[in-house]
Design a protein around this ligand. Sequence first.
Ligand SMILES: [Zn+2]
Length: 257
Amino acid sequence: METWLSLWSIGQFGTIKEFNEIKMGGFDGVEIWAEQLKSKEYLEYAHQSDLKVGVHLPFHDLNLATPDHAVTERSIHVLSEWLETMAKYGAKHATFHGGYAWSSEERDESILRACERISRLKKVADENGMELLLENLIPDRLNYCHHIASNTEEWLHLVKSLNIKACLDIGHLAMMETSWEEAITRLGDSLGAVHLSDNDAKSDLHLLPGEGNDLSRGLFEYLQSKSYSGPVVYEISPYKYSLTDIIAHVSKVKEKA
Ligand SMILES: [Zn+2]
């Protein structure tokens, strides 16, 4: 199992010095947050700091489940370009969101469209030696729109039927009312990465583990017992914590292990 950091967690003004601190702080890799202003510079900093890289693909203004042709083509184009860029830096994984239905009534058709577009994207990922990781998202409790995938059955079905992998977000999962024991067991070899943060099971607060409901208590031991060797990506709010706070937390966790 590897310790990674989502670069969302360092905010928009990271420096090469901070990347060296991330490396010295015991992180194996960083997940590029494609929507950040300096995402391409961060990619270069990560490379210079000898950190492994993966990517969280962009999702705002892009929707893989859209009924709109232009939005479809634009989404596939932007995501494909990122896959190609990341492959040049030796990346192996790309976390992505499956898009959303405009209304809950339109959910079934939207999922069919998402499947077709994810298959197209998977071809590009395969050509570039990368793995696509579908992330579990927070259900819209208003039932107004529907995020793909935001219930456990749908998520597992998409991952298995499209022959892709999953990014398991522990914080989102708490709002899907599924235990991570169940998700990890049912995903089996399809688990590609874990997004780690804590919350109160009501909103997605991205707290350091232990500062919310302690959602990840026992998680590392459980992953080890399943011989999981992929990234555990700390995805911690940059609006509440500094990089120093995050590194101090991770050092404590590593000392205890
Ligand atoms: Zn995400």
